[in-house]
Write a protein that binds this ligand. Structure first.
Ligand code: GDP
Ligand code: FE
Ligand code: FE
Ligand code: FE
Length: 195
């Protein structure tokens, strides 16, 4: 079922699947499979290449469980903004996750890399693939939170409206828990959610 075009990596799709499986626990792996399937569906509805969306969705959380010490080493040695040291894996696994995806999975396609980079925070500008991965992550069938049914309904009807819904609800959640807001999340909220 997981069979990706070999155009995006020098690795075969079974090598990509095996590497991903060995980089995370089973619950996270199953989430990635469901995000891949949801991304494929959203691509079909929004005139985007379903195979490319499925691959981007599959790898989006590749680096979610990479040890913190490894992230810190990469931030310090690979030309990342040193301000990232003030954040945590919630923010790192998208923005710096791209480093591990390029290095380990040999995926260099700029659209896929950007969609992974933006999948947690969103951004002021979002391509169709960015939106597909961002929303597939939020509404995949394993998600269960108050409002997820409405999020699904809105997103299947209008992808942009889904982005606005998610950003508003994420911001509410972060504020309610007194969590630090990444500036890009707030900038994206101002573009996609403010009425
Ligand atoms: P997951 O990797 O599938 O669990 O989903 P995401 O990558 O979308 O999100 C990871 C976590 O980052 C979630 O708990 C979000 O609420 C959180 N998150 C998103 N934006 C921000 C932000 O601006 N600041 C902080 N502290 N967390 C955020
Ligand atoms: Fe994620
Ligand atoms: Fe997300
Ligand atoms: Fe995810």
């Amino acid at each position: 079922k997981l069979n990706f075009k070999d155009t995006y990596s020098s690795l075969t799709s079974s090598e990509i699947v095996a590497k991903e499986q060995s980089n995370m626990d089973d619950a996270r792996f199953q989430h990635c499979v469901r995000v891949s399937e949801t991304a494929r569906k959203l691509a079909e509805l929004n005139n985007y290449d379903p195979d490319k969306a499925a691959l981007a969705g599959f790898v989006h959380d590749y680096a979610k469980q990479v040890p913190v010490e490894e992230y810190i080493k990469v931030i310090k040695t690979k030309n990342f903004d040193q301000d990232l040291l003030n954040w945590s894996r919630a923010i790192w696994h998208g923005i710096i996750g791209t480093y591990f995806i390029q290095h380990d999975l040999r995926i260099d396609d700029p659209e896929i890399i950007q969609a992974v980079n933006r999948h947690t925070t969103a951004d002021v500008e979002m391509t169709t693939l960015d939106k597909i991965v961002y929303m597939a992550d939020y509404i995949e069938p394993g998600r269960d939170f108050p409002g997820v049914e409405e999020a699904r309904k809105i997103t299947y009807k209008n992808l942009d409206a889904g982005v606005g819904y998610q950003l508003a609800h994420t911001l509410e959640y972060l504020i309610e828990h007194r969590s630090k807001i990444y500036p890009r999340t707030l900038e994206a909220y101002n573009v996609w959610s403010v009425k």
